[in-house]
Design a binder for this molecule. Structure first.
Ligand code: F6P
Length: 330
């Protein structure tokens, strides 16, 4: 976890990779300005690992990151690179990094990004520090990831709108939110929007049990009801669920809404901008202190440095107390 990467005249690279998340720009800005503050040089790598392989590098200045803290997406672009999954691809990326004279890399992304960074470190000795940026919030080592709070608020706003129309027609709505392998978004938006039922990959519910719970909720009177379903739920998502239960709930005018990529875009919330700013600066400090192959996170409101491997090899637990609470409050 520690390296001898502690000399003065440094040049580091920064890139964003995998699914973009609101607040990534704020993190890039913080990395760039923190590095410049230490009189280091900083290079932006465009389009994640694909850009590393293609040598898509640009020197960044303080000006390059002006006026981006409020913007969603990522000015450095993102990509999912198939080529980087091959040994040849990673060797090419490492060669480009050395040629460019980069001493270390700051990788902003999720579990796939960090697996790639670990491989670059282990196979080619590249110094890496990860910053957790994913709306899914599924990385061990940080209480929250950049983009999660914005995605929650976007999903909640949209579900509030759905509730209005659902209520007008006394309809049953199945709303699917993102979360391929994790139910963090579904759980917290479900609570925040007063969903009658929340379905997550972490709390396996068979179809008969789901039908029982829904009947329970609907039995007293006809009114609007919302089920929030994580895309990675066992049922296969909202469309498949609708198919499986439609005959039993034929009396309800059921509708499905998939919020999809709306949750990935938009202006980051203040909370995400502050988190990204703290983590961007922490990543640069971690490099200065000689850390490598680590991820910076915030745990109990304090910066925490943990092995990058922990972030992708361990499963972050949802808060089961919140799930119980949602059942009491529905
Ligand atoms: O990992 C973040 C995420 O938004 C997941 O929740 C979702 O399943 C996936 O990315 C979608 O990826 P893509 O943009 O490649 O369709």
């Amino acid at each position: 976890m520690e390296s001898n990467y502690n000399n003065s005249d440094k040049k580091i690279g920064v890139f964003t990779s995998g699914g973009d998340a609101p607040g990534m720009n704020a993190a890039v800005r913080a990395v760039v300005r923190s590095a410049l503050h230490k009189d280091w040089k900083i290079t932006g790598i465009n389009r994640g690992y694909q850009g590393l392989i293609k040598g898509n590098f640009n020197e960044l200045t303080s000006q390059s990151v002006s006026n981006i803290i409020q913007r969603g997406g990522t000015i450095l672009k993102s990509a999912r690179s198939e080529e980087f999954r091959t040994e040849e691809g990673r060797a090419k990326a490492a060669e480009n990094l050395k040629e460019e004279g980069l001493d270390a890399l700051v990788a902003i992304g999720g579990d796939g990004t960090f697996q790639g960074a670990s491989m670059l470190n282990e196979e080619h000795g590249i110094h890496v520090v990860g910053i957790p940026g994913t709306i899914d919030n599924d990385l061990v080592g940080s209480d929250e990831t950049i983009g999660y709070d914005t995605a929650l608020n976007t999903a909640m706003d949209n579900i509030d709108k759905i509730r209005d129309t659902a209520d007008a027609h006394d309809r049953l709505f199945l709303v699917e939110v993102m979360g391929r392998d994790a139910g963090f978004i579904a759980l917290e938006t479900g609570i925040a929007s007063g969903a009658e039922l929340i379905l997550l990959p972490e709390s396996l519910q068979e179809i008969p049990e789901i039908k029982r719970s829904l009947n329970e909720v609907l039995k007293d009177h006809l009114r609007s009801s919302l089920v929030v379903v994580a895309e990675g739920d066992e049922t296969g998502g909202a469309m498949k669920l609708a198919d499986k239960i439609k005959d039993d709930f034929a009396d309800y005018d059921m509708r499905v809404c998939i919020l999809g990529h709306t949750q990935r875009g938009g202006r980051p919330t203040a909370r995400d901008r502050v988190l990204a700013s703290r983590l961007g600066s922490a990543a640069v400090n971690a490099l200065e202190d000689g850390h490598t192959n680590v991820m910076v996170g915030v745990v109990n409101n304090k910066i925490k440095i943990s092995p990058i491997k922990m972030a992708w090899s361990k499963k972050k637990q949802i808060n089961y107390e919140l799930l119980e609470l949602s059942q009491i409050l529905r």
